[in-house]
Design a binder for this molecule. Sequence first.
Ligand SMILES: [Zn+2]
Length: 337
Amino acid sequence: MQDAITQLLDEVRARAGRLATRDDAEDFRIQYLARKGRIATLFEDMKALPPAERPVAGKLLNALRVEAEGIHAAAVASIGIAGAAHAAHLDLTLPGRAMPVGHQHIVTKTIDEIKTIFKAMGFSVATGPEIETDWYNFQALNFPPDHPARDMQDTFFIDDMRLLRTHTTPVQIRVMEQRTPPIRIIMPGRVFRNEVISARSHVQFHQVDGLFCDAHVTFADLKGTLVAFAKRYYGSALKYRFRPSFFPFTEPSAEMDITCYLCAGKGCRVCKQSGWLEILGCGMVDPNVFRAVGYDPDAVSGYAFGIGIERTAMLRHGVDDIRLLFENDLRVNRQFI
Ligand SMILES: [Zn+2]
């Protein structure tokens, strides 16, 4: 019996240096330490010994079991640390991974740039609801019911009286109703038109409207402000012109063109060979608009203007399809950081 125990102790010790993997350690445990392992079998055999010999054999067997358990525990611990490092492919010398940082969408960025320029000229920002009434969107802006000018803006109607605003101009009515001149505001926001979606038009886009009203505001004030804006935004070397136009809420009305900065006025695809780019609509506030908000048109005058944001961003950055601005394709968005 003692020989058998000594032999097994030698065997266990010999295995101790060769427990390199989890499988080795598990195999060791099953062979020697399990309930039916070889050490347990020797404890069974011990019961057959004469009682006088049992204490010596029991002591030796216990010592064997403690040593085998120690070998197994040490092997598991060392394999555990090495195994975890191996499993995670941990290489502390690798550089860290950069986390992508978000940035503004080109539409938001364009609105912010325009706001910054006008704020520096004393304008403050006003906003209004995207669902408007017929009064604010049309009637107060000198579009009488059944007037053909309403056809200029294809409208999404919600019911007889409510609609999705077709421009941000209604905000100026809401502000004038609540305040007295002088008023100097810009009104950025989303607008909606019932149009076929194409490279050139979309059912939703953004505008920044502007309004300045006070006593003795003239067309010269309008020109001075808008030329200052255009030079800040598009560059001080540009040439500009104002063309007569029509909007129901301004009289007289104009559109402002600048020389195409891509071809310097020589004519190219973007400016359709004309050398000019239209950048905004503007005009002196129609007296009927002042009457609608309770102002006296003989005492108050003012100018208003409207800038299409998507058009501005597309011109500035050479985007040729408005749909690209709304599809949230990160390959597009990441180009405008
Ligand atoms: Zn051009």
